[in-house]
Design a protein around this ligand. Structure first.
Ligand code: TK8
Length: 359
């Protein structure tokens, strides 16, 4: 951990450290759960799996991927090894999913939003303000509707293994503090140019808020902000921190406008090469590492916001009325998209959420 954080420290951060500013540089993260379960001692073939991810080495996505690799390593006596390539270095979410289909990459870990081109029902996760709590989102990810969505990837030669948490998304920008939809739309001065994921529901959300939304691959976002091509973007605090977005974004708003998951997935060509015993193990390791990822993402969330403030970002917290204003402004997104996604899927998800909230 500390090595990772040291390498991702900015010069400014390093300077403030040497100046003696007390700053916890590492979140208080849970250790990965102990690796237990049967070890496959029989030689069922050797595999090196290349896993490309979008986020940085310090992200929950990377740390849990390492745990995934460790489980496979230990429980196959080193016969399955996983090489992780962070920071979109092998491609962005869309490209890496295509690489799984052609068999030129073994595994990737995209957001659900760009994966809706394969499984349109996944767009239910793009609906704004759907999950009042993280618990309700997790319950939906563990549900049969969600499992059906994972299974549907098989038609596209992708073995989707498990959902985990990208998380509640927050708005950042380099122009002005935002506490209302009017601030996004900038009535007299013009709307903020906001990068969105490559997903039509996300686009509708930002259109409804009066922004100028620009879909873009994640790997291009930092430099687009640095060069002023876009004013802002939206992602969980942990990503805003671990991908160093705070270096080029002065303002953040705790909008929590949408909760999006990740999906850990494998090329069907790779999957088919694995012995059934290995397949079972890979599936189990994926679930365990996804659970760990959700735990890390939870632990990272508030901590990251504090870190961002310490690093000079001005973060606006919204009260209930302010959140309600955003919620009202994007209500039309439901009218537009629920029929496309499937009213049944939307209602099923909403009823799971309602059950969790009633408990
Ligand atoms: C990383 C992306 C990222 C997502 C986005 O590959 O694109 O903004 O939130 O986490 O999947």
């Amino acid at each position: 951990m500390s090595a990772i954080w040291r390498t991702s420290l900015t010069l400014a951060g390093a300077a403030s450290l040497t100046m003696g500013v007390a700053q916890a540089q590492e979140p208080d993260l849970s250790e990965p759960p102990e690796i237990d379960g049967e070890v496959i001692t029989e030689d069922l073939g050797s595999h090196t799996l290349r896993l490309g991810i979008g986020l940085a080495e310090s992200s929950p996505q990377y740390l849990s991927s390492q745990y995934f690799a460790d489980i496979l390593d230990e429980r196959t006596e080193g016969r399955i090894s996983v090489e992780i390539f962070p920071n979109s270095q092998l491609g962005d979410d869309v490209q890496m999913m295509e690489m799984l289909q052609t068999g030129s990459l073994d595994m990737t870990y995209p957001s659900t939003s760009p994966a809706t081109t394969y499984v349109p029902e996944l767009a239910v996760f793009d609906l704004p303000f759907l999950f009042p709590t993280r618990e309700s989102a997790v319950e939906v990810m563990n549900s049969d509707v969600a499992q059906d969505m994972l299974d549907s990837f098989e038609e596209s030669d992708i073995k989707a293994l498990a959902f985990s948490e990208n998380g509640y998304r927050q708005l950042t920008n380099s122009v002005r503090p935002v506490e209302s939809p009017e601030d996004v739309a900038g009535i007299d001065v013009g709307g903020l140019t906001i990068r969105t994921m490559e997903n039509d529901v996300q686009l509708s959300i930002w259109e409804a808020l009066g922004a100028n939304p620009t879909p873009m691959a994640f790997g291009e976002v930092f430099s687009a902000m640095e060069q002023g091509v876009i004013d802002g973007q939206e992602n969980p605090w942990s990503t805003i921190l671990t991908s160093n977005f705070y270096e080029v974004q002065d303002y953040g708003s705790e909008t929590r406008h949408v909760y999006t998951p990740f999906i850990l997935m494998m090329s069907m060509q790779t999957w088919d090469q694995l012995d059934p015993q290995y397949q079972e193990l890979v599936q189990e390791a994926a679930r365990k590492s996804a659970e760990y990822e959700i735990q890390l993402a939870t632990e990272y969330d508030d901590w990251s916001r504090e870190q961002l403030e310490e690093r000079g970002m001005e973060i606006t917290r919204l009260n209930d009325e302010q959140v309600a204003e955003f919620q009202e402004a994007v209500e039309e997104v439901y009218d537009e998209w629920a029929p496309e996604i499937g009213e049944d899927v939307v209602e099923e998800v909403q009823s799971i959420v309602a059950d969790v909230q009633d408990e």
